[in-house]
Every structure is written in C-alpha cells, then in structure tokens.
Design a binder for this molecule. Structure first.
Ligand SMILES: Cc1cc2nc3c(=O)[nH]c(=O)nc-3n(C[C@H](O)[C@H](O)[C@H](O)COP(=O)(O)OP(=O)(O)OC[C@H]3O[C@@H](n4cnc5c(N)ncnc54)[C@H](O)[C@@H]3O)c2cc1C
Length: 267
C-alpha cells in the first residue's frame, strides 16, 4: 500500500480547502469501501481527508414533509432511529440489511451514495424516494445524481453533506441479497407520493435505474399483482458469478412485488 497523508479537519471549510489544495486527496467516511480499495491498489490517494470530526455532517432530523439524514450518519444509526422508522420505515429496514454489524457500525449513507456501487442499497432508495443530494455547493436531484457504474454528478472536491428525503405515503424495499456480502443481487425500492409512484432497481445493471412500466402500472393500481406480469428486458442487465441477466430480470419482477407488499404494510 502506498503511503499517504492523513488529515482530520474540524470544519467543512477546512475539508474543502484541503481537497482543493492537495492533489489526489480523497474524503474518508467510514473507510468501508475506500480502505479495501486502497489496499487492493485500485486507488492510491496522496491524502485522506477524514470527515468524522465535522459535526454538521451527522444526525437525523425531520419536518412534516422531509426527512434529512447527514452524510456521515452510519447505517446502524439509520436502522435504529425511531424518527426514520416513524417517517420512512423502508429506510430503516434497508439500512438494517446492509452488510454485517461491522459494516453497519462504520459505513455511512454519504459514503454509500458517493461511491454509487452498482449493487448498493441506498441508491435505490434515493432514486425511488426522489431525494435530493445536498453538497457543500448545491442540491442535486436523484434523477441527475446517479450516472452509472461508480459515477455520480459530484465534481472533484465536492462533499455530500446530507440527503433530503420527501416523506412518501407508502414505500417498501426488497432485495435478493448475496449470501456472502449481503450486497443486492437485485434490490427494488418502491415509493408512492401524491398519486405518483417511483420504482428504482439496484444490483441488476451497471447502475441504479427506474422502471417506467412498473411506475405506470402501480399508479393505476398499487398492488403486487399490478407488476406481476411486467418483466424488464435482460439485454442490458449484468451477468456474473452471482446471477445471469435472465435471472436478474426475473428477480426484478419478484422483488418489485415484494417491495409493493412491504409498502402496503408500511414496512
Ligand atoms: C463486507 C462488506 C459488505 C457490504 N455490504 C453492503 C450491502 O449489503 N449493501 C450496501 O449498500 N453496501 C454494502 N457495503 C458497503 C457499505 O455500505 C459502505 O458503507 C459503503 O461502501 C461506503 O463506505 P463508507 O461510508 O465507509 O465510505 P468510504 O469507504 O470512506 O468512502 C467511499 C467513497 O465515497 C467517498 N466519500 C465518502 N463520504 C463522502 C462524502 N460525504 N462526500 C463525498 N464523497 C464521499 C470517498 O472518498 C470514497 O470514494 C458493504 C461493504 C463491505 C466491506
């Protein structure tokens, strides 16, 4: 592993200054993805800028319409939050199903969304719930944020500060998980708000995506059977050691039905 400098600033202003002053520097959240990536020599930053001492990056708050989760909020804190369970239960359920206890005790929502792993759980919820990604520079709509395999709209040195989730009238998340890592082989998130329904799929392709045909069917009838006969084309889906593209296409339908059933129970 190449040596690197380590900085632990205590203000967002200092984080931004370090990220622009030090070439090849990277923000560090829980290190759950970044440290293995460095160990495998897939990344070799000159400096890591630890975000753990910035108070405004953590915490959960809510108004009647919006649930806001700070970027450095760990998965375990989302999973166990009474506020999250009360406002958007699917998010607590999703966070409780990420990885194992060690990952949930270090990994953060901001790190997961910034990383945009094609099998990560949070991107599906961010997209289905029509959330905004708030950064130190702007607010980015979910539809404009995710740009495919590990790609996002973040610019160099831009830091996610929080996620803003509009509170749906119903929502659910279901995933068929890898038994080893618990990453989604396929995960589907469904959210209903004001007569509109959004359906987002993770794990199935090179990046999270919406399924317009399922959204239209669920707007007509918000029941599992409304999506039972809808199959996404397998052509652009992933085939790997976990599942081939045909099987993933099948799983999208099955997980969508389960997500709607969970939404109806408000799980
Ligand atoms: C064994 C294992 C199992 C896992 N299983 C799952 C799973 O089932 N489902 C799932 O969704 N995920 C899973 N993960 C990933 C986990 O959710 C991590 O939280 C996620 O990868 C991000 O890690 P982190 O928050 O520690 O961020 P880091 O690893 O510290 O950072 C990840 C990337 O995001 C950047 N970054 C971090 N924070 C910010 C920010 N605020 N603004 C801008 N950029 C930022 C970093 O520079 C880096 O590029 C698993 C990981 C492991 C190791």
């Amino acid at each position: 592993m190449r040596s690197f400098a380590f900085h632990r600033p205590d203000s967002l202003h200092e984080v931004s200054a370090l990220l622009s002053a030090v070439t090849d520097s990277m923000p560090l959240a829980g290190g759950m993805t970044l440290l293995p990536t460095i160990k495998q020599r897939l990344a070799s930053p000159a400096a890591l800028i630890d975000l753990s001492k910035i108070p405004q990056l953590s915490g959960i708050s809510a108004s009647d319409e919006i649930l806001t989760i700070g970027a450095m909020t760990r998965h375990v804190d989302v999973a166990e939050s009474e506020l999250v369970r009360g406002k958007i239960p699917l998010l607590a359920h999703l966070a409780a199903g990420i990885g194992d206890p060690a990952v949930r005790n270090r990994g953060t929502i901001g790190g997961s969304v910034a990383n945009n792993d094609p099998s990560a759980d949070y991107p599906a919820a961010v997209l289905a719930l029509d959330a905004s990604v708030v950064t130190d520079r702007r607010e980015i709509a979910a539809d404009a944020f995710f740009r495919g395999l590990f790609e996002t709209a973040l610019e160099p040195g831009e830091i996610i500060t929080s996620l803003r989730f509009p509170i749906p009238s119903a929502g659910g998340y279901a995933k068929f998980k890898s038994p080893a890592s618990r990453y989604a082989v396929v995960g589907v998130c469904v959210a209903k708000r004001g007569g509109k329904v959004r359906v987002a799929v993770t794990g199935a392709g090179p990046g999270v995506f919406r399924v317009a045909s399922m959204e239209a069917a669920l707007e007509a009838s918000f029941t599992p059977s409304a999506v039972a006969a809808i199959k996404v084309p397998s052509k652009n889906l992933t085939s790997d050691i976990h599942a081939d593209s045909e099987y993933r296409a099948h799983l999208v339908t099955v997980m969508a039905k389960k997500a709607v059933a969970a939404a109806l129970l408000n799980l």
